[in-house]
Design a protein around this ligand. Structure first.
Ligand code: C5P
Length: 218
């Protein structure tokens, strides 16, 4: 039996995380936040003070990445038993994640870890290459985006709500830089799958986006 997968790809800050989590909850399906895997690798690299250009060492860390995920209303991630959830959302973590994620061998090593999330009764997978590389046979695919200024504004609000100090113009330029790196890399770049539903959420509330995604499945 083929286990159903709904992939939600798109640039950072488009609301993929919130939409995916809530849709997974409504459907009673599992949830994969693939960005958190790359972010966890970035934290491990930073903790071990490894140079972000030292590919051999980063691949070794990726091979030994011991992660535990727990998703209730929020996602909790443990790295070697240590709760790293608070560090996951930092812009500095995202920036290093997008550098290590551009290394083809790293993507290869982390591929199976992501495929393992495909379990009954189904999976909602959120990322950049879920519909194109990791689950190309997914039956439902969405590409969720929004304007860069909207995405930066949402990120800013999220960080402020978490009590994290943030600067809007800094976030905007970091988002633009990360988008550029994710779109231009050679391996598994951020791109819309040809069979994906395109949703621009710039002028949509979260409920409308969730309704549109769910209508795809119903
Ligand atoms: O989605 P999130 O912002 O958490 O992802 C952090 C970084 O991880 C992205 O900027 C991207 O470089 C990388 N990533 C990726 N492929 C995915 C998910 C995330 O390359 N499927």
């Amino acid at each position: 039996m083929t286990i159903p997968v709904l992939t939600i790809d798109g640039p950072s800050g488009a609301g993929k995380g919130t939409v995916s989590r809530l849709v997974a909850k409504q459907l009673g399906w599992h949830y994969l936040d693939s960005g958190s895997i790359y972010r966890s690798l970035a934290i491990a690299v930073l903790q071990q003070s490894v140079d972000v250009n030292d590919v051999a060492e980063i691949v070794k860390i990726a091979q030994n990445l011991a992660l535990e995920f727990e998703c209730n209303d929020e996602l909790t991630v443990k790295l070697n038993g240590e709760d790293i959830t608070a560090q996951l959302g930092l812009e500095s973590t995202g920036a290093v994640a997008s550098v290590v994620a551009a290394v083809p061998q790293v993507r290869q090593v982390l591929l199976q870890k992501q495929k393992d999330f495909r379990q009954l009764p189904g999976l909602v997978a959120d990322g950049r290459d879920m519909g194109t590389v990791v689950f190309p046979d997914a039956i439902h695919k969405v590409f969720l985006t929004a304007s860069a200024s909207q995405r930066a504004g949402r990120r800013y609000k999220q960080l402020k709500e978490k009590g994290i100090d943030a600067n809007l113009s800094h976030i905007t330029s970091e988002i633009e830089e990360r988008d550029r790196r994710d779109r231009e890399r050679e391996t598994a770049p951020l791109a819309m799958a040809s069979d994906a539903l395109y949703i621009d959420s710039s002028d949509m509330g979260i409920t409308a986006v969730i309704e549109e995604v769910l209508s795809l499945i119903r």
